[in-house]
Design a protein around this ligand. Sequence first.
Ligand code: ATP
Ligand code: SKM
Ligand code: MG
Length: 190
Amino acid sequence: MSETELSDAVTSGTGAPSVVAVIGAPGSGKSTVGPLLAARLGRRFVDVDTVIEEAEGRPISDIFVTDGEPCFRELETRHTLAELAAGGVVSLGGGAPATPVVGEALTRVCVVWLEVSARTASGRVGLNDATRPLLMGNVHSRMVRLMAERRPVYAAPADIHIVTDRLRPDQIVEEICTRLAELSGPSPAV
Ligand SMILES: Nc1ncnc2c1ncn2[C@@H]1O[C@H](COP(=O)(O)OP(=O)(O)OP(=O)(O)O)[C@@H](O)[C@H]1O
Ligand SMILES: O=C(O)C1=C[C@@H](O)[C@@H](O)[C@H](O)C1
Ligand SMILES: [Mg+2]
C-alpha cells in the first residue's frame, strides 16, 4: 500500500484501516495475534486456514494428502481474496503471500508481517506437527528453507514489520496499534 493510500485508510472510519492482513511464517503467531488485534480494533476476525477447513469439512493436512498442494493453493487463493474483500483483520495462511495474485492484493491493504526466527518458530510449532504438512520431518531445517524462500514475499507488501521472538502476543498487539497510529499521522485540528 502506498503511504498516501495507507494514511487515508488508517484515518477513515474508526481510525483503523478497514482491512488488516496478518502474514508470516508458520509459528509466527498469525492465528494467535490476529484475534487479539481484531478485538482491540473492534473489527471482525477471520483466519483463512480455518475458513478453508470449515468450507471443505476436513483438515488442511487432508487436503494436502488427498488432493495435493496445487489444489490447496487454489482453494487458499480463492478464500484469501474473498476474505480480504470482506474486510476486518484477516490472518492468512503462511504460504498465501507467495501466490502472485495474493501478493498483488496485499499491496492494496494494510499488511502486518510477523517475523520470527526459524529456531523460535520450530520451538513454537513442535517437532513433528502433523497439522502443518510442509513441516513434516525435520521441522527446523524445513523452517530455515521456507523462511529463506519466503522472506522477500513477506517483506514486499509489509506496512508494519514486527520481530516477534521476544514479544508476548499482547505486546505485539500493542506495538501494532502504536505503529497504526503513527501511520495515520496527527489528528487534524478542529
Ligand atoms: N509471541 C508469542 N510468544 C510465544 N508463543 C507464541 C507467540 N505467538 C504464538 N505463539 C504460540 O506459537 C504457536 C503457533 O502460533 P500460531 O498458531 O498463532 O502461528 P501461525 O502463524 O498461525 O502458524 P500457521 O501458519 O502454521 O497457522 C501457538 O502454540 C501459539 O500459542
Ligand atoms: O506455510 C504454508 O505454506 C502453510 C501454512 C499454514 O498456515 C497452512 O496454510 C498450510 O499448512 C500451508
Ligand atoms: Mg495459523
